[in-house]
Structures are given as C-alpha cells and as structure tokens.
Design a protein around this ligand. Sequence first.
Ligand code: F6P
Length: 551
Amino acid sequence: MTSPFDPSTHALGPGLAAQMRAITSVPLATLFERDPDRFRTLSFEAEGIVVDLSKQHWTREALDQLVKLAESRALRERIDAMFRGDAVNHTEGRPALHVALRQQTRAPVMVGGTDVLPDIRATQERMEAVATTLRERRWPGATGLPVRTVINIGIGGSDLGPLLVCDALRALRSRDVEVRFVSNIDPAHLDAATDDLDPATTLFVATSKTFTTLETMRNVEAARDWLRRGLGAGANLAPHFIAVTAAPERAQAQGIPAEQILPFRDWVGGRYSVWSAVGLPVAISVGWEGFRQFLAGAASIDRHFREAPFSANLPVLLALSTIWNVNFRDLHQVVLAPYAQALARFPAYVQQLAMESNGKRVAGDGTALATGTTPAVWGEPGTNAQHAFFQWLHQGTEVVPVEFIVPMHPLQGSDARHSLLVANALAQGQALMCGRPESAVRAELIAGGMAADEAVRQAPHRTFPGGRPSTTLLVPRIDAFHLGQLIALFEHRTFVEAAVWGINPFDQFGVELGKRLTGPIVRGLETGEEVPGADGSTAGLIARLRAAGRA
Ligand code: F6P
C-alpha cells in the first residue's frame, strides 16, 4: 500500500515546480535553438521503437529530477513485486500477472505456491487447436456445415483488446473464417453483426472474466434466440458457443460444454487480458503464429521495462511525461493520434487502459490525492483527425499534449502515400510546437498583395500560438510483433504512472455504482414501481419515458 503523491510536499516537488516555471517561460521552440543537442538528449530508442520526448516542454535536467521522483516512489520495488506475482492489486488481494501470459522462457511464475506457467501453456495449446480448427473450416455447427463466422460477445477488456488487434492486423486476417465483435447491449449491435449471416455457420465466443456482466450475458441470450430462430427450437446449440472466462463453472451452468471453455485466472485484469484466452479471436483471425508473435513483441517490452535503467526506460519516460504535464503543468488531457488506420481503435483501447486503471482519487492507503491522476485520453487516427479537432489543438484555448504514433514502414511494400502520412504527422508536431507568430502572418499577407489594414485585421485569425507539446513514437510497422510491443509499452506506462501517484491501477470500483442502480431503474421503467432512492431528475425521466410508452 502506498501514500498519495503530493507535488507540494514531496521533497522534489517544489524544485520541479520552480523548474517548470523557468522552463515554460521560454518558448518550446527556443529551447531547441538554445540546445542543438536537444533531440539527441530527449529522444530514446529501445527494442526498435523510437520515443521522441524533445517536443515536451521540459528539459533533460527536469527529466532527470522526474526519474529521481519515480525512484522515490518505490518504482523499482513495485515493478519487481508485479513481475514476482505479489498481490499488487491489494484491494482485491491478487497479483496482476499479465506479463506471465507472454513470458517467453520457462522460468516458473509462482502464485500461491504454484507455478502457473504449465497452466498458461495448456490453455495456449487449447487456443491453438480451437483457432486452427476454425481457420481450417473443420468446426461443424448443428447442421454439420462448418463455421464461417465467429462473433465475440464481450465488453470492456473482453472486447477492446481483441477488437483492436483483429482490426489492426486486418491485412493478415483469414479469408476462411471472419471474426466480428458485439459489445453493446443495444440490440442494434448484435442485429447489425448477424443480419447477413447464416446461423448454421455462425459461432459465438462468449468472453467475460466474471461471466456475470449484464451486457454480455444478455447478448449471449439474444444470440441463443437468434440461433434458435434460424436452426429450429430443438437444435443443438452447443457447437455454436465457446466461452472464455475466469469463471468456467458459470459458463458450464449456461450449457457451454467444458471442452469449449477456455479459462484464464482472476489475476489477469480485464483490460490486461488480450494476452490470455481472451485473445482467441486474434488467434482465429491471424493464426497461432501471429498470436505468438504478438506475445513475443510484448515480452520484448517486458524485458526492457524490467531491465533498462529508468533514464532510458521507455514506459517510465512516457509515464514521466504524463506526470510532468498533469502534476506540474496542470494539463489534464492527452490526445492520441495514431498515423495508421490500422490503429483506429488504439485511442479507445488506451482510454480504457489508462482511465479505468488510473481514474482514481485515493491512494493505496485510502488517502485522497491532492493532485491530478490520469489525464482524459481520447483521439482518432491521423490524417482524419487533422480535419476534425486539430483546429482546436492548434488555435483553441486549451493546451493539450498530443502523442503521435507513426509506423516507419507500411505493412507491406512501399507506397508514396505512406510518406505523406508520416510527413503529415511530423508537420503537425512542428506546427503545434513552433506555431506562426502574428508578425510573420501579417508580413506574408502583405507580401501576397493584401492591403496593410486588411492584413492587420486578418492576422490574429491566422496566427498559431505554438508552444503546444507533443510526443512522437516511431514503430517499425504495425504487424503482430510490434503491436504487441506498443500495447505492452502503454500497459507499463500506465503502471508507472500509478506507482508515482501511489494508486492501485488494477481495480475498478468506479464502474460498480451505476451497475447497481440499473436494476431498480429497469424495474421502474417496466412496471412503473417507484424506484427507491431515485433522485428527482431520474424519477422525472423514468416517468417521462413511461409516458412515451417505451417501457
Ligand atoms: O467496465 C468494467 C469491467 O469490469 C471491465 O474492467 C471489464 O473489462 C469489463 O467490465 C467486462 O467484464 P467481464 O469480462 O467480467 O465481462
């Protein structure tokens, strides 16, 4: 358990705050003019990934102090504890061992006195067998026809990870079996996923760690109804379901045969679970070798995270840029802009990873934090984002750090459009940082033939303040290995941020209250019964909905 981070009382806090004021009194672009070595000293490379932190509004000296700050927050001990399998998720009394799922060696990983690796390998063998059978169209449905479409039903961590990876590796997907995803309890989601499908050749993967999540359970029920409507009331639906869960007994109680249940353990957090059997849709879509590569990529970052000194440790350095921006610069948002259509779902994935992990207001010891924790994470792929919210980033009133994720190479071959994509990312970073002063805009307008008074009137609208920080990550390409690296990099970064703030990133009690209130409100909507504890607004909305006859 840990105490909360407070920059005003931490030994290094006031010094860092003073450094921040001094540094930010100098325009970011000027820092480059003063220090020709700035890119070299503030960009880092490991495991093929380049992280350029030189466009953050800080200096190497400030970063060195932040490294000391991380050390003072027992980061090394916390990393070792996580890898060792200690109960780092102390509110739920369990380890967080997603790293064991991708471990490439046979070194034992002990949980409660038992080596969990044999168990992990056994499940992986079953995943491989299931994925291969489906990919080879050897999985018969109730009528004997082979399955051609697999629909993963799951939500949150039981959806976002496999969805991201299947989407990102779409170019490598099987043409023999298609993988789709349904998460929302909105009936429109399942309807849209099934409306062109034949129930005889459709299989559902019910993915839920707890096997109690309302959305998933109701969608599985709806999937059963859909199959029955298509196959006949008496059809044997067993071949049409696989379950992936940490509660196999619940899946079995719902009629899913034991041999079609792929388990994982409760020490795998939902948003860290894509490396477990939750990754089955990935193995089905890109094949076992692709999934293996994905795990190997993550393992390369695990090694780096464990072994590299903090001053050259990519997850640590990325986390420290968050700490600097949130806790010293008071910037509470971050935009993720992957310049890769393959990573279209990456911002949504990191949103859950960071915001469900670190959207906390109390430290491990239960004390309230007096400082910010995770920034709001959002984003869209570039270049599309440039034509949507980049106007706001460049000329709006908020300063929001941007993280550009740029593949150095396209997945295959070469294409001039890839250079344009990369150039756009670099241009945006430069524009955010350097801006364009009003005087230069005015001079250019006049040089272009505009009358001086009109140029004066126009210039403020065309001025870019600059000074807006960004980070650029260069990854070799978006294949299975490098995608595994990228996700692991963000996982560990999230962990480091939590360690500095002193919070537990592995629970998520903040999702519980809304779930609890839903039951009585459903009853109120359906029966008109008074909803105990409903506030005036909620009661009024329930009454209005009933008046509309929707219930
Ligand atoms: O949103 C809360 C949450 O518990 C996530 O952490 C989790 O990934 C998701 O719901 C789904 O949970 P389950 O896998 O148990 O269905």
